[in-house]
Design a protein around this ligand. Structure first.
Ligand SMILES: [Cu+2]
Length: 360
């Protein structure tokens, strides 16, 4: 289906189609975490060297939030996710249940991804053009950062959503391989062209880890790869209008020169109000316990670095966080202790990192 690079770490002699599921952001034991070398093939015919168990246990005992699950197989994650192996995973709790938020048909997940297509509509995953780089360590096929020219929401290209003139809750996920989005909502002509007037605000109520203490009113969102935004948008009083969700983030973020697809999706306020929508977004949402940095017992520097081939090519060869992949564990914090971790990115581009068990 897609080009395989046999030279990548984890690919050599392994079956081309292999997968393992990672529930991103969940509080889970390591044997259910989808370790990249715990992959399996269809029917468990073959398994990776770190495969432990067929059944995963998800305790679901953390604050209400939007997680997502995706393939995590070493050397194949970018292709498996591109093929569609991911989904939204919503956690609920009693705190959320007490908040008067749009729900049912008025709560909608929006998963944003970018893609290339072949003329027949099938997915295109390009191969690397390394510019004639003579360095034998440069992978010949792999694309270090994929950027497509077309945006999909929930698997559809440039879709529209017909809405009622009322509040909606959108659970936004950036499930793209590498693209950041800088999103604005603009009033538009019916064909999606902005007419120069701003759309309604994004009222952010939650992040990756769950609810904010209080809602925040925003006119734009910068959303990194794998990041989630929980927002309310009020289309009240906008009967007959259309609003386009636009993107203008550079790729690679924040100042690269790759292609920028500007259209994400369109909202058309064409449905009649099916019920009352009075009441506003709650002024307080959920208590967020903050850790006092003065109780920290240690500061750790974790350095993200990249080894590139010589100029003028400068193709990436390897990426590291403090140590090579197969080295022993280097960071062993004590359970219950407070530490400050400084994640230092020495590479040219923004690089999202998420940490399990700790929410921020
Ligand atoms: Cu994760």
């Amino acid at each position: 289906m897609f080009p395989i690079d046999e030279t990548l770490h984890g690919v050599n002699r392994e079956p081309a189609v292999r997968t393992v599921v990672h529930l991103h952001g969940h509080k889970v034991l390591s044997e259910s975490d989808g370790y990249p070398e715990a992959w399996l093939t269809n029917g468990f015919a073959q398994t990776g060297p770190f495969f432990e168990q067929r059944t995963y246990h998800y305790p679901n005992d953390q604050a209400a939030t939007q997680l997502w699950y995706h393939d995590h197989a070493l050397g194949a994650t970018r292709l498996n996710n591109y093929a569609g192996l991911q989904g939204v995973y919503l956690l609920r709790d009693s705190v959320e249940g007490r908040l008067d938020l749009p729900d049912g048909p008025f709560e909608i997940p929006l998963t944003i991804q970018d893609r290339f297509f072949n003329p027949d509509g099938s997915l295109l995953y390009p191969t690397e053009d390394n510019g004639g780089d003579p360095d034998p360590r440069v992978p010949p096929v792999w694309i270090p950062e994929f950027f497509g020219d077309t945006v999909l929401v929930n698997g559809r290209v440039w879709p529209f959503l017909e809405v009622e003139p009322r509040k909606y809750r959108f659970r936004i996920l950036n499930a793209s391989n590498a693209r950041f989005y800088h999103l604005t909502l603009n009033e538009a002509h019916p064909d999606g062209t902005p007419n120069g007037r701003p759309g309604p605000a994004f009222i952010q109520i939650g992040t990756d880890g769950g609810f904010l203490p209080a809602p925040v009113r925003l006119t734009d969102l910068t959303i990194g790869v794998a990041e989630r935004f929980d927002v309310v948008i009020d289309f009240g009083g906008a009967e007959g209008k259309s609003f386009v969700l636009n993107n203008d983030a550079k790729a690679p973020f924040p100042d690269g020169e790759d292609i920028i697809p500007t259209n994400v999706m369109l909202f058309k306020v064409t449905r009649r109000l099916s019920g009352r929508d009075d009441g506003s977004v709650p002024r307080t949402l959920a208590p967020v316990p903050l850790i006092d940095p003065r109780t920290s017992v240690r500061t750790r520097d974790l350095v993200l670095s990249e080894l590139d081939s010589d100029p003028p090519f400068e193709n990436p060869i390897i990426a590291l966080i403090n140590a090579p992949w197969a080295d022993p564990v280097t960071e062993t914090p004590r359970a219950g202790s407070v530490e400050i971790w400084r994640i230092i990115n020495t590479t040219g581009d923004a690089h999202p990192i998420h940490i399990h068990l700790v929410q921020f």
